[in-house]
Design a protein around this ligand. Structure first.
Ligand code: ADP
Ligand code: MG
Length: 558
């Protein structure tokens, strides 16, 4: 007898949230289930190709849909790797990646940015259209099949069942129509066909369906009758093998969603078909939003890696430099060996060439976005600018050539983000340095006494509000031969009004002595400054480390 196991509390909550909010379009449940089937076939196919003891024909891999209006069931069958009893429990019984759920409750929907929508809840989307979901699965290498069944938030049961071949069968008991929701459509042949074409056309295994066709009755050419015939619905050509001209933005966006590269709409896609010494196809995306864990250790960069159409790695980190870790997408190359191990991959010459090529393509695409689609670029920069600046800072500034033209900072005169190139091209002849001021926010920096002299000269000041800014600039050192200069630095590089320090200091000796005494454990020295105009006082540091940098350095763990 099957016993009922309750979902973990968090899965329960997630399930409810998902059904009610994440996916506004119900139809995507099919995309999710088909992509799980395709993943499962990827796994068994890869095993078969790399393990001599398994012999499989490519024809043996398929996904099949059958709809039955009488019983209101929709069945999705695949010949993938299947799931053991344990796998049914862990994969479908709990949502393992629920770290993101904890994150969400701490950070209730900031910026209208839906965190819950940022992680894979693929399988559960079946409950958007079904009252009961049944999964019958037999895993590769196992003799016993199991049936997992659930009516949604209440929990699930598992019991042993008979099943002939390895793979998985998912049976949805499609919901009854309600006043404002139509579910019947998910049992309709033409509707299902439409959904497959829209989201899953490029799945590399056949998605078959029994369709009704009209055929001549017996040998009578005139009279037609309805017969059921199995048809492959998808074209099976992976999107990356298609010609760019045949593809629309929507195709690329659908592929992005299908692959769960992100739940946002990508800002840009880059489709590469390289046919030189090393042949490869690649589709890369610049996302719009940073994933919720992007600036944490949990975030894993990487591109999907295929060898001649067979997935060999989900996240190949070696294909992306850290400073472009936000890029999503895939690479497929005929020139890579299937059996290549992770360690070998790191030293693979072909892979290195591909990675280098990809890096320069990303750079040139970002530059052209900056030039031609300024608004988009600013959106991109809002999400990922900090990462670029970390890139400049890391490895002792060795990536500055790649990155310096992609940087932007808020400008005191333009009142918006500007590039270094724009700044330098506006510099008056007598201006020696690129000036910057660091602080918590633009508003605060605006009020800094130290900005006054430079601003009065009519010079533009870049505002540094990100912790990493000043550190990055220190690595950059200069841009187009112009050095950077903090507005609080001792020597600003131009003559200031002639009221000498000594004079002021001597005239007020008593006052300065007194101040130095009172503040002895707070500051090193109180002295007259020729830097101030309308403000009575400011804090300055000696040497190259500014007050802002000191603050950050002090916060850093030892
Ligand atoms: P994701 O696909 O992002 O991992 P899902 O919720 O879609 O998340 O699926 C959860 C897990 O269940 C999958 O990672 C996979 O291990 C397993 N699974 C789902 N469907 C199948 C299937 N048809 N065959 C084999 N395993 C599956
Ligand atoms: Mg999935």
């Amino acid at each position: 007898m099957a016993t009922k196991t309750e979902f973990k509390a968090e899965s329960k909550r997630l399930l409810e949230m998902m059904i009610n909010s994440i996916y506004t379009q119900k139809e995507i449940f099919l995309r999710e289930l088909i992509s799980n089937s395709s993943d499962a076939i990827d796994k068994i196919y890869y095993k078969a190709l790399t393990d001599d003891s398994l012999t499989f024909e490519k024809d043996n891999y398929y996904i099949k849909l059958s709809a039955d209006k009488d019983s209101r069931t929709l069945k999705i069958t695949d010949t993938g790797i299947g799931m053991t009893k344990e796998e049914l429990e862990t994969n479908l019984g709990v949502i393992a990646k629920s770290g993101s759920l904890a994150f969400k409750s701490e950070n209730e929907l900031k910026d209208g940015h839906d965190i819950i929508g940022q992680f894979g809840v693929g399988f559960y989307s079946a409950f958007m259209v079904a009252d009961v979901v049944t999964v019958i699965s037999k895993a590769l290498g196992s003799d016993q099949a199991y049936k997992w069944e659930s009516e949604g938030a209440e929990g699930y049961t598992i019991e042993p069942v008979e099943k002939d071949f390895i793979g998985t069968e998912i049976i949805l008991k499609v919901k009854e129509n309600s006043e404002d929701e139509n579910y019947d459509e998910f049992l309709e042949e033409h509707r299902l066909r439409g959904i497959i074409k829209k989201y899953s056309d490029f799945i590399r295994y056949p998605i078959k369906m029994d369709v009704t066709v009209q055929r001549p009755k017996d040998d009578n050419e005139e009279e037609l009758e309805d017969v059921q015939e199995e048809e492959t619905i998808n074209s099976m050509v992976p999107i990356w093998r298609k010609n760019k001209n045949e593809l629309t933005d929507e195709d690329y966006e659908n592929f992005y969603a299908e692959k769960h590269y992100g739940f946002d709409k990508p800002l840009k896609h880059i489709h590469l078909s390289v046919d030189g010494m090393i042949r490869y196809n690649s589709i890369l995306y610049i996302p719009e939003q940073a994933p919720f864990n992007f600036y944490t250790k949990e975030y894993e960069k990487g591109l999907e890696l295929y060898s001649n159409g067979v997935l060999i790695m989900n996240k190949c980190a070696d294909l992306l430099p850290d400073y472009f870790s936000f890029v999503k997408g895939m690479v497929d190359s005929e020139d890579l060996s299937l059996n290549i191990s992770r360690e070998l991959l790191q030293h693979d010459r072909q892979l290195k060439v591909i990675a280098k090529n990809i890096k320069s393509k990303i750079k040139s695409n970002l530059l052209s976005m900056l030039k031609d689609e300024r608004e988009k670029y600013e959106q991109f920069y809002k999400s990922f600018g900090t990462q670029l600046k970390y890139g400049v800072y890391s490895d002792f500034g060795s990536h500055k050539d790649v990155l310096q033209d992609l940087l932007m900072f808020y400008s005191s005169t333009e009142k918006k983000l500007v590039t270094l190139d724009e700044y330098v091209s506006r510099m008056p002849e007598d201006q020696k340095y690129i000036y910057y001021a660091a602080g918590e926010s633009n508003e605060r920096i605006e009020k800094l006494p130290q900005t006054e002299l430079v601003a009065d000269k009519g010079y533009e000041i870049l505002y540094f509000t990100d912790d990493v800014d000043e550190f990055a600039i220190k690595m950059l050192m200069n841009y187009k031969e112009k050095e950077f200069k903090s507005v609080s630095s001792g020597d600003l590089g131009f003559e200031t009004e002639d009221q000498t320090n000594e004079e002021t200091e001597n005239d007020n000796k008593e006052l300065f002595d007194y101040m130095n005494e009172v503040l002895a454990d707070k500051v090193k020295n109180v002295r007259a400054s020729k830097r101030l105009k309308s403000h009575p006082v400011c804090i300055a540091t000696e040497g190259e480390v500014t007050v802002e940098m000191e603050k950050i350095l002090q916060q850093m763990p030892d």
